[in-house]
Write a new protein. Structure first.
Length: 627
C-alpha cells in the first residue's frame, strides 16, 4: 500500500485478496462530514467474491485491535454491491500551513500529517521525543503480533498524527507471518533476508525511528550527523537511543529484538536514562570482537626522535558545528580564499562558503542544486564547484560567486555511489568518482565524467580480487602534489560488499560492514592500485582527517576522540611516507591541541603548508616544525 488514512480523495476503498488486505476504489461514496473520518484505500479491481468472507473475517479481527494505542482506529468497514471492500478511518491532523478544515475549502486541500511530513516541516525529533513515539508505535505492533498478525509495511509515510500522537495505519498488507504477499516491503525498511515476520516489523520501526531522529535517509543507517553527537541530550538519551537502533536494525536476525515487548522494555529503559550499551560497546558486541583496539598499537606507532613535531594554535574558540557540512580540501578555493560546502536535507539544497581568513560563513539556498547528498569537488579548470548526486549520478555545477547552476548530465540514476568520493584526473582532465554504496551493497568501481557527452565512463568495474575491497569512503581521496597519485584511506566495507558479511580476523564489524583503516595508492598514469598499509594499524573509528604534506613527502593522519571516551584527550597525529615507512609513526605535538571529536572540514594552505582544522571544539592552525 502506498496510500494512507485521510487521503485527499475520500472515495477510496480496500481490495481484498486471499491472503492480505489489499486495495481498491469505491465509487459513489459521499464526502464525509468533518470529524467522521474518510473512506479510503486504493487499487483498480474489485475483490474476488470467494475471498470476501476471508477478508471480512480479517477485518473483524483487526477492527477491535486498531483501537489500541499506537494504531489508527478502523471506525467501520464493509463491502459494496460491486464487490469493493472499504474502511472508514478518523481524520489525521492536517499538514501545518494549510487551510483549516473548519473553513471553506479546507477539506479540498486537506493533507494528512505523516511522520515523514512532520520531519520535513519541523526537522529531526529530539531523542526523548523519538523514544516516546517509538514506545507508542511498538505498543501498536505488540497488539498486532499478539493477535498473530504482522503489518509488513512500517515506514514514516504510514504513520499519521491524530491529535498530536503518532498512529500506525495503512493496513493493506496486514497478514499472517510468513504468508505470501504481492509486495515485498519498502527498500531500506525491510531486512536483508526479506522476511515478513514479527522481527521484520521491529526492524522497520527501528529504521523509521532512525529517520525521525536524524532526518537522514534510512539507507544511510547507521551514520549519525554531527548535530546528534553534539546535542545536549546525547549522554542522557541519544546514546541509549543509538544503541537501541543498532540492535533493532542489526544485519544478523539473531542479534535483533525478537518481540515488541522486548523492544518496548528497551525504549522505556532509554527513556528513564538507565545505563545502556554505548555505540562503541554495542559495535564490539555486535561484531563479537574485543579487538576494536589495535593490538600492539604502542609498538607499531612508535616515534623516532628525529621526526618533526606539530604545533597547534587555536584561532577560534567557538566550535565549528555546521550541520551537514560537506566541505573538504577538494572544495578549498585558495584563489578566492574560501572553503565551500554543498549539502542537501529535508529543506532543500544549501551552499555554504567560509572565508579562510576571517572565518565568516555565508549561506544561500540553491533552487536548482543537487537533490540527494552529493560528493563535491572544485573543478580546477573552470573554478566551478561540482556536486555529484549520490545514487542518481547527476552532475550539478555551481558558480560560487553568482550561484548560477548547470546540470551537466550523468543521470538520471545509477543506484550507486552514496558515500563515494571524487578526484581530479590531470591526465584525462576529468572528474572521477570511486566506491560508495548502492542497492544495499558497497562498491569499488571507478568512473570518470565525460563532460562533452554528459555521461559517466566506467574506468574500473565493480570487482573482487585485485585492488581495494568494496567500500564506502570515509575520508576524501587525497592527491599528491602532482595530482597523478591518489590516496585512499579506510572507509567501511568488505570483500563481498554485501551488508552483514563477516570476514574472519577482521576487526570493527558494526553489523553492516567492517570499519577499515588500510591505505591504498592509485597511480593514474598506469593506472594501477597498490596497497601501502594493511588493516590493523589504527584505532578503529578514530581516523578524522588526512593530508599529503609536500615537505614531509608523506601522509599526515589524525585520530580524534570517540563520543564514549570518559575523559577528552588530545588528537594524535601520524606520519606515513609511501615507499619509505613500513608503519605510521607517532608525531609529537604541542600547543592548544584539538580533541577532534568531529572534524567538519580541513585543508592545507598551499603557501605555508599549514593545516587548517574546522572542528567541533574550535578552528585550529597546525604548523609542521622540523627538529
Amino acid at each position: 500500500m502506498h496510500g494512507h488514512a485521510g487521503n485527499r480523495c475520500p472515495s477510496r476503498g480496500i481490495l481484498p485478496d486471499s491472503d492480505h488486505l489489499g486495495s481498491g476504489t469505491v465509487e459513489g461514496v459521499h464526502r464525509p462530514r468533518l470529524g467522521r473520518g474518510l473512506v479510503r484505500g486504493q487499487g483498480s479491481k474489485p475483490a474476488d467474491p470467494a475471498a470476501l468472507p476471508t477478508v471480512d473475517a480479517r477485518y473483524a479481527q483487526l477492527q477491535p485491535l486498531s483501537t489500541r494505542e499506537g494504531l489508527l482506529p478502523i471506525l467501520s468497514h464493509g463491502t459494496t454491491r460491486g464487490g469493493w471492500v472499504w474502511e472508514r478511518l478518523p481524520l489525521a491532523d492536517n499538514l501545518p500551513g494549510l487551510t483549516p478544515l473548519t473553513q471553506e475549502g479546507g477539506l479540498d486541500h486537506y493533507t494528512p500529517l505523516t511522520l515523514r511530513g512532520r520531519s520535513i516541516e519541523h526537522g529531526p525529533g529530539a531523542a526523548e521525543q523519538v523514544l516516546k513515539w517509538g514506545s507508542r508505535l511498538a505498543g501498536g505492533l505488540r497488539a498486532l503480533h499478539e493477535a498473530g498478525l504482522v503489518h509488513r509495511d512500517v515506514k514514516p509515510t504510514n504513520i499519521l498524527f491524530v491529535h498530536g500522537e503518532p498512529c500506525l495505519g495503512d493496513y493493506g498488507l496486514v497478514g499472517k507471518p510468513g504468508s505470501a504477499s504481492d509486495f515485498s516491503g519498502t527498500e531500506g525498511f525491510q531486512p536483508l533476508e526479506g522476511t515478513n515476520d514479527q522481527p521484520a516489523d521491529l526492524f522497520a520501526l527501528g529504521r523509521t525511528l532512525y529517520e525521525a531522529w536524524t532526518a537522514m535517509d534510512r539507507l544511510e543507517f547507521p551514520s549519525l550527523p554531527p548535530a546528534i553527537l553534539s546535542a545536549p541530550d546525547w549522554n542522557s538519551r541519544g546514546r541509549h537511543l543509538n544503541a537501541l537502533l543498532l540492535r533493532a536494525c542489526h544485519a544478523l536476525p539473531s542479534r535483533r529484538f525478537h518481540s515488541a515487548a522486548e523492544l518496548i522494555g528497551a525504549l522505556e529503559e532509554a527513556l528513564a536514562g538507565r545505563p545502556a550499551l554505548s555505540r562503541r560497546k554495542w559495535l564490539v558486541a555486535a561484531g563479537g570482537a574485543a579487538a576494536v583496539v589495535a593490538v600492539g598499537g604502542a609498538a607499531l606507532l612508535s616515534r623516532p626522535s628525529r621526526l618533526p613535531r606539530l604545533v597547534w594554535k587555536r584561532l577560534r574558540k567557538q566550535g565549528f558545528n555546521v550541520e551537514g557540512w560537506l566541505g573538504h580540501a577538494g572544495t578549498a578555493d585558495w584563489i578566492r580564499r574560501r572553503l565551500y560546502s554543498v549539502s542537501v536535507d529535508v529543506h532543500g539544497c544549501t551552499f555554504e562558503s567560509v572565508d579562510l581568513d576571517r572565518f565568516a560563513i555565508q549561506i544561500a539556498q540553491i533552487k536548482n542544486g543537487p537533490r540527494v547528498d552529493p560528493s563535491t569537488i572544485l573543478h580546477p579548470e573552470t573554478r566551478w564547484l561540482w556536486a555529484i548526486e549520490g545514487g542518481h549520478g547527476e552532475v550539478v555545477a555551481l558558480e560560487p560567486e553568482s550561484l548560477e547552476t548547470k546540470r551537466l548530465g550523468g543521470g538520471p540514476t545509477t543506484e550507486r555511489h552514496y558515500y563515494a568520493k571524487t578526484y581530479w584526473n590531470p591526465i584525462t582532465r576529468r572528474v572521477g568518482i570511486f566506491g560508495g554504496y548502492g542497492n544495499l551493497a558497497a562498491r569499488n568501481d571507478r568512473c570518470e565524467f565525460d563532460e562533452k557527452a554528459g555521461k559517466w565512463v566506467e574506468v574500473e568495474p565493480d570487482r573482487a580480487g585485485d585492488g581495494p575491497c568494496r567500500r564506502g569512503v570515509a575520508l576524501p581521496l587525497i592527491p599528491d602534489p602532482t595530482g597523478r597519485r591518489i590516496f585512499l584511506i579506510g572507509g567501511g566495507g568488505s570483500p563481498s560488499g554485501k551488508q552483514g558479511d563477516r570476514v574472519p580476523g577482521w576487526r570493527g564489524f558494526d553489523g553492516q560492514f567492517h570499519k577499515l583503516d588500510d591505505i591504498w595508492e592509485l597511480d593514474l598514469e598506469k593506472p594501477a592500485w597498490r596497497q601501502l598499509l594493511p588493516l590493523g594499524q589504527f584505532r578503529l573509528g578514530r581516523l578524522r582527517a588526512a593530508v599529503y604534506h609536500p615537505r614531509l613527502n608523506g601522509l599526515v593522519l589524525f585520530e580524534g576522540m570517540e563520543p564514549e571516551d570518559v575523559q577528552p584527550g588530545p588528537a594524535r597525529a601520524f606520519l606515513f611516507r609511501p615507499g619509505e615507512d613500513k608503519r605510521p609513526m607517532d608525531l609529537a605535538a604541542e600547543g592548544d591541541i584539538s580533541i577532534l571529536a568531529t572534524a567538519c572540514a580541513w585543508t592545507m594552505e598551499p603557501h605555508t603548508d599549514d593545516i587548517l582544522f574546522f572542528a567541533s571544539d574550535g578552528i585550529f592552525r597546525v604548523t609542521v616544525r622540523e627538529r
